[in-house]
Design a protein around this ligand. Structure first.
Ligand SMILES: Nc1nc2c(c(=O)[nH]1)N[C@H]1C(S)=C(S)[C@@H](COP(=O)(O)OP(=O)(O)OC[C@H]3O[C@@H](n4cnc5c(=O)[nH]c(N)nc54)[C@H](O)[C@@H]3O)O[C@H]1N2
Ligand SMILES: Nc1nc2c(c(=O)[nH]1)N[C@H]1C(S)=C(S)[C@@H](COP(=O)(O)OP(=O)(O)OC[C@H]3O[C@@H](n4cnc5c(=O)[nH]c(N)nc54)[C@H](O)[C@@H]3O)O[C@H]1N2
Ligand code: SF4
Ligand SMILES: [Mo]
Length: 861
């Protein structure tokens, strides 16, 4: 079955071949334009995540299972009653870029045309709202004027605030291939990421100074004579004061000072940019997730407009999207600030969409954006909320307050594929959604390519697709004829009809030919990109047909204050996806980063008395959470970085979401996740240990620090704590118990057997060492002698491979380092030939290159 990857906005095509009821062989689709057969580590291991572990299989009302009829009836009744009593603005939907276009369309239609408010917002608000707002300001419509083909044609690729090697790996491989053919790569990111490691130039700027950088470059381009005056005169509206407002203090030296980068590096970038007409500037969350996100987006677009580098092969500003269907959500208008099909809330558009939907209660103005929506929830003004395919208790800024708001809300509905999330523990009604591999519809990737996601397994239990669930509620709320859908193809056709409805070409998003697709054609639909090469004729979807230069100025960057001396940055790991409901099931993906780490520069670490491997508490005005410290020079001094992936399900610490402020960009409403004033403190512990268990523990072990990883047939918890560790025994499953205590070394080892086979082990030490876990993990379910077991290893065969670098072939850091030294391996292909590492998905190739570089320099020294 041809389908599309469940994860990122690259939108790779997949060939899934079922190999059993809940298993499938996953391969890249060689015919898909986004990946031509390649998959990264996450896509490659999708097959490990499609079992039934943790799935929600029936509707739940409170703690009881319920029939669909009862659950849908209750949702419809409570929403109807709340609206009758408090008006349409007292209810809200909070949805997701992980819904399919058809799901999204139906939810948006129900809220904006029938409930009669626009309080439907989406996690895309946290993700690309600034790009959307920037596009609309500059182009008049939310158009991404680039495609992946532009990367193949570019001579210079600038990545701004993007860790593409980890977050968009297949696009990154395409960029690398282009660089191998001679193109240059510049990475602009405060952190030296694996993406930055491989760049021709890395500008490690002070966070939040992107506008200064881009304006400085714009001024440089004007001085260098590469501003395209003819293009500006013909195709761009330039405000009178534009150049004055953008150029203040933008000489090279001032910019270097503001951005805190060496002037000679800045000059190299400026010269390279000025000299290279075929430039693609690709940007992601380092740009969008900022209190000045929209200005940062427009600063990038200004450069491309001013130099005429847009609408031509190999030249474009390129907002790369995060989620698999972030773009589809934009196309249906799923953000509270848009209406539908790239239309906004002008009276003409409201009337037009109202006519098309035959809608009784059109929303006439934008609804609440995510941060405001959850604030109003906390203040009791939103009295019923339906959350679909997102986990705001983890992913919203100030997530502690979001949890309180959910706990206090009179009626919370959560549609999810998994049984328990940090959000769904607050739900009054939980609805089991069909998951990837079970549902059918379309997604749009970063370069406007629409692909089908197709089912290759039956939905388990009572799980149903999201479009069906929403349709059923809409019908029960009284709108039967407006929600007649029996299959996604019907919704797709309606969506395409709306895109073309009364559209004389003023809206570029239009899919008229698709409105006529029959069911079979829809099922067979091949990937297609809409919009061609936007703006190639120099016309923009504004009233006068011209694009707009938007004057933007660098805001002062607040100096860290005494109480909050650090700046906290947050983001992603290579092998985990958001709140890990899926990647957390894969033992292979678990190995790349097993714990939530706080990355800290050596100077800051020593100032705080932190040594690599210590636990550390990161605190902001919003809250605090524990992380394991890793001392790295890739982090700028004064700044720390933490990952976003850990939740109450997987750890007692690592809660990035509790830390950022609930503040947002004034234009887009996107929160500033990347720069939060913070402090960091070392935390002392008295013991360390681990539990390895077949299956799952009922709850995380009760101690200061516990983090879970998936292992084959079970899970492993790493733990640390203060006081004594006796409470841990309560976490262990029942069974025959054997125990060894070494009082001198303060160590205790417990094994639980079930019918003579290993069920679980607990190892704790106060000052001694712990054995590597691999051998013990392999003994789960095996019959094994107690002494060997409690020694923690089979005599003489223990090899510590170190952290896993290559997830596909399970190759550890120590193995690679040893092979580089012993076999004199000189490049990435040589490592591949010797160990296999890097030869499948390629996600670890940047890491291998880095190891070679550092090993090479150690040997040279
Ligand atoms: N492995 C993996 N891949 C993913 C995801 C995942 O969860 N895991 N999620 C997907 C989603 S939804 C998204 S949105 C994308 C996100 O993809 P990215 O945006 O590439 O990822 P992030 O790690 O959020 O942030 C990118 C970089 O921005 C940098 N940054 C921080 N502050 C600034 C600044 O002021 N200026 C500049 N120029 N840079 C700054 C950070 O240091 C970080 O390295 O990834 C998608 N792909
Ligand atoms: N501090 C900080 N916070 C951030 C970010 C950051 O960089 N820093 N990044 C932000 C960004 S860009 C994003 S995109 C968000 C992501 O944050 P979330 O959207 O909260 O994270 P996910 O884990 O992807 O949540 C998706 C949920 O949907 C469920 N699900 C999966 N498929 C389906 C389906 O088909 N139907 C239904 N109904 N449910 C399904 C999953 O089980 C999971 O519970 O996080 C944001 N939060
Ligand atoms: S790059 Fe990886 S995660 Fe993204 S769509 Fe492709 S295979 Fe999936
Ligand atoms: Mo995202």
């Amino acid at each position: 079955m041809r389908t599309t990857c469940a994860y990122c906005g690259v939108g790779c095509g997949i060939l899934a071949t079922p190999t059993g009821e809940r298993s499938a062989d996953i391969k890249g689709d060689p015919d898909h334009p986004a990946n031509a057969g390649k998959l990264c580590s996450k896509g490659t291991h999708l097959g490990e995540t499609i079992g039934l572990e943790g799935r929600l299989l029936t509707p739940m009302i409170g703690r009881r299972t319920a029939s669909w009829d009862a659950a849908l009836g209750l949702v419809a009744k409570r929403f109807r009653e709340t609206i009758a009593q408090h008006g349409p603005n007292s209810v809200a939907f909070y949805v997701s870029g992980q819904l399919l276009t058809e799901d999204y369309y139906v939810a948006n239609k129900l809220m904006k045309g029938f409930i009669g408010a626009a309080n439907i917002d989406t996690n895309s608000r946290l993700c690309m709202a600034s790009a959307v707002a920037g596009h609309i300001r500059a182009f008049g419509e939310d158009i991404v004027p680039a495609s992946y083909n532009d990367l193949d044609a570019a001579d210079l690729i600038v990545l701004v605030g993007s860790n593409a090697a980890w977050c968009h790996p297949i696009v990154y491989q395409r960029i690398r291939a282009r660089c191998d053919a001679g193109a240059k790569l510049v990475v602009i990111d405060p952190r030296r990421t694996e993406t930055a490691d491989e760049a021709d130039l890395h500008l490690s700027i002070r966070p939040g100074t992107d506008v200064a950088l881009m304006n400085g470059l714009l001024a440089w381009c004007r001085d260098a004579g590469v501003v395209d005056q003819a293009y500006l005169a013909r195709h761009v509206a330039t405000p009178d004061d534009f150049w004055d407002r953008c150029e203040g203090g933008s000489d090279l030296w001032s910019v270097a000072r503001v951005c805190d980068v060496p002037p000679q590096e800045l000059r190299r970038f400026f010269e390279l940019f000025a000299a290279t007409p075929k430039t693609v500037t690709m940007f992601s969350q380092g740009v969008n997730q900022s209190l000045a996100g929209t200005d940062q987006v427009n600063a990038i677009i200004n450069l491309h407009l001013a130099t005429g580098r847009i609408g031509k092969p190999g030249a474009a500003p390129f907002s790369i999207t995060g989620q698999p269907n972030a773009m589809g959500g934009r196309e249906v208008g799923g953000l509270a600030s848009s209406l539908a099909a790239h239309m906004d809330f002008t009276p003409a558009n409201v009337a037009r969409v109202g006519r098309f939907w035959a809608a009784p209660n059109m929303a006439t103005r934008p609804g609440l954006k995510a941060v405001d929506l959850f604030r109003e929830l906390g203040q009791g003004r939103i009295k019923a909320i339906w959350i679909m395919a997102t986990n705001p208790a983890v992913s919203m800024p100030d997530a502690g307050r979001v949890r309180e708001a959910l706990a206090d809300c009179p009626f919370v509905v959560v549609s999810d594929v998994v049984d328990t999330t940090d959000t769904s523990v607050h739900a009054h009604v939980r609805l089991p959604a069909a998951a990837w591999g079970e549902k059918d519809g379309t997604v749009t990737n970063s370069d406007r390519t629409v692909s089908r996601q197709r089912a290759f397994m039956a939905a388990p239990g009572e799980a149903r697709p999201d479009w069906w669930i929403v349709t059923q509620v809409a019908r029960r709320m009284g709108w039967k004829t407006a929600f007649p859908y029996d299959r996604p193809a019907e919704i797709w056709r309606e969506h395409c009809r709306l895109s073309a409805y009364e559209n004389d070409g003023a809206r570029l998003f239009a899919l008229p030919s698709h409105a006529a697709k029959g069911n079979a054609e829809y099922d067979a639909m091949a990937p297609f990109r809409w919009g061609g090469t936007p703006f190639s004729d120099g016309r923009f979807p504004t009233p006068d047909g011209r694009a707009r230069l938007i004057p933007v100025a660098q805001k002062p960057v607040a100096a860290p204050l005494g109480k909050w001396p650090m700046t906290l940055n947050t983001g992603r790991y290579r092998d985990h996806w958001h709140t890990m409901t899926r990647t957390g099931l894969s033992p292979k993906l678990a190995r790349h980063r097993e714990e939530p780490l706080v990355e800290i520069h050596p100077d800051d670490a020593s100032a705080c008395g932190i040594v690599d491997g210590n636990l550390a508490r990161v605190t902001t005005p919003q809250g605090s959470s524990l992380f394991r410290a890793t001392v790295v020079t890739s982090q700028r001094a004064g700044e720390v970085f933490v990952p976003i992936h850990w939740t109450d399900r997987t750890a007692t610490g690592g809660r990035a979401g509790r830390l950022p402020r609930p503040l947002a960009d004034p234009v887009s409403g996107q929160p500033g996740f990347k720069s939060t004033p913070a402090r960091i403190d070392r935390v002392e512990t008295a013991w360390r240990g681990f539990i390895i268990v077949r299956g799952q523990l009922a709850a995380p072990p009760d101690c200061l620090w516990a983090t879970r990883v998936a292992v084959p047939h079970g899970s492993a918890w790493d733990m640390a704590g203060t006081g004594d560790a006796d409470a841990l025994d309560a976490s262990l499953p029942k069974g025959q118990r054997i125990e060894a205590i070494d009082a001198a070394r303060g160590s205790r080892r417990v094994a639980i057997l079930d019918g003579g086979r290993l069920r679980a082990v607990l190892f704790v030490t106060r000052d001694g060492s712990l054995p590597p876990r691999d051998w013990l993990v392999a003994q789960l379910g095996e019959a094994i002698a107690a002494p060997t077991l409690l020694a923690g290893r089979a005599a003489g065969v223990q090899v510590d491979r170190g952290p896993i670098v290559c997830a596909c072939f399970d190759v550890g850091l120590k193995t690679i380092l040893a092979a580089i030294a012993d076999q004199h391996l000189a490049d990435v292909p040589a490592i591949g030939a010797a160990l296999g590492a890097g030869t499948n998905c390629g996600s670890c190739r940047p890491a291998l290159a880095k190891l070679l570089a550092t090993e090479g320099s150690t040997h040279a020294a």
